[in-house]
Ligand binder design. Structure first.
Ligand code: CTP
Length: 399
């Protein structure tokens, strides 16, 4: 199922050069399953043609308020009613000013004024225009009226200046739409902390002990929780992944760092999901200078790290749900159930490293969810789907 299936998105395109980026944005949203309608101002139609949008969306692109050959009766009202979300992008200073004052003198501003759905505006203009107190006042007024303002990016502007005022790339605009429409907001108001990735335990300034964790499973859980409306903190060891948008990321390196970050986050957490592969041991001493090789062999003394999961479960506040992960190569279920019981967890997601398609680095996972009461075996799924099923199970257990 596509993330935006059954959703109607209206794109309001106004007359800025960044209008060209909206072709790709429209295409992305269509690919995600949305019904996309584009409404343009006359000025926008000088930068990019309605035909471009009509070809990409398979819908009539409206510019003129009085167009008669339109599929809807009283077009502005029908479109406003059909929309699940309106994204005005690029939003020029002129159109922002009109919207902030309820002016409805063309099709776009009329549709927006008539709509009760979520409205997003992505300002795009020269830095001086953006920073002008008039524009800033208009943006503040729009926020007061319930608009969400998409932060403009900084960089080289079309006028040659370097500064803030760029329309963010289509992928980022699509993420804003996804965040509002992709899922039912079953975790609205819930604070979720996810740990992900490996830890690195330093031996000296150039070497460390670590493991193969890629962070993919934890990142997928953080993203899914965010889409369901949760306030997500992602405590991440060193990984090569783009963090999901709209998630607070706390980068850490060692098991000690991760422990401190979890301790800090815990009082503000309702659900803790420990997908990280935390080192159980670290070098007992960290050499201050690079260790030089010797003729003889070398033994490294290791000491135990803190068991973060056990600590969290022992120090839980009422209502905290604690989910651990378990990766085993033998006696998988027995060892995992023992962990669940010994660490007093609400759930443990079990990976058998020997199962094809499960485990480190790959984009799929075969997870079994163990709880004190039972067991749910999930099939081989993408890590995104596995994350969704894990959160379904947690939500069911919390009610
Ligand atoms: N974990 C943790 N702190 C550690 C080690 C592990 O919080 N120092 C967490 C992991 O994030 C994971 C769970 O414990 O959620 C299970 O980790 P695993 O290494 O499989 O289990 P251990 O309890 O460490 O048992 P063993 O090493 O004996 O398999």
């Amino acid at each position: 199922m596509k993330d935006l299936q059954g959703k109607c998105v209206v794109l309001g395109v106004t007359g800025g050069i960044a209008a060209y980026k909206m072709a790709d944005t429209a295409r992305l949203l269509v690919k995600m399953g949305a019904e996309v309608h584009v409404v343009m101002t006359e000025n926008a139609a000088r930068f990019i043609t309605p035909l471009t949008f009509e070809s990409l969306t398979n819908q009539r692109c409206v510019v003129d308020t009085f167009a008669r050959d339109f599929q809807y009766n009283v077009a502005h009202i029908s479109l406003a009613k059909a929309a699940d979300l309106i994204l005005i992008a690029p939003a020029t200073a002129n159109v922002l000013a009109k919207l902030a004052h309820g002016v409805a003198d063309d099709m776009l501003t009329t549709v927006v004024l008539a709509a009760r759905c979520k409205k997003l505006a992505a300002p795009s203009m020269n830095t001086a225009m953006l920073e002008n107190p008039v524009t800033q006042d208009n943006l503040a007024a729009l926020q007061k009226y319930g608009f969400e303002i998409v932060e403009p990016a900084a960089g080289l502007l079309a006028c040659g200046d370097v500064g803030k005022g760029k329309l963010p790339p289509p992928e980022e605009l699509a993420e804003h739409v996804l965040r509002h429409l992709a899922r039912e907001k079953t975790l609205q108001g819930v604070r979720v902390t996810v740990t992900a990735g490996p830890t690195q335990e330093a031996l000296d300034p150039v070497r460390f002990l670590t493991n193969h964790s890629s962070g993919k499973m934890g990142y997928a859980i953080a993203r899914e929780a965010m889409l369901r409306g949760a306030a997500v903190t992602l405590i991440s060891g060193p990984v090569a992944l783009e963090p999901p948008p709209f998630v607070q990321v706390e980068p850490v390196v060692s098991a000690k760092d991760m422990f401190l970050a979890v301790q800090k986050a815990l009082p503000e957490t309702d659900i803790l999901i420990k997908a990280a592969a935390v080192a159980d041991y670290r070098p007992a001493t960290v050499a201050r200078e690079k260790m030089k090789k010797q003729d003889h062999d070398l033994n490294i003394a290791l000491e135990r790290t803190d068991d973060i999961l056990r600590w969290a479960a022992q120090n839980r506040h009422p209502g905290l749900f604690v989910c651990g992960f378990s990766m085993e190569t033998e006696n998988v279920m027995a060892n995992s159930r023992e962990k669940l019981e010994k660490k007093k967890l609400d759930m443990i997601a079990v990976n058998d490293l020997r199962t094809p398609g499960a485990g480190f680095g790959v984009d799929t996972n075969a997870v079994t969810l163990l709880t004190p009461e039972g067991r749910e075996e999930l099939p081989l799924l993408s890590k995104a789907e596995a994350a969704a099923r894990l959160l379904d199970a947690i939500e069911k257990k919390r009610v």
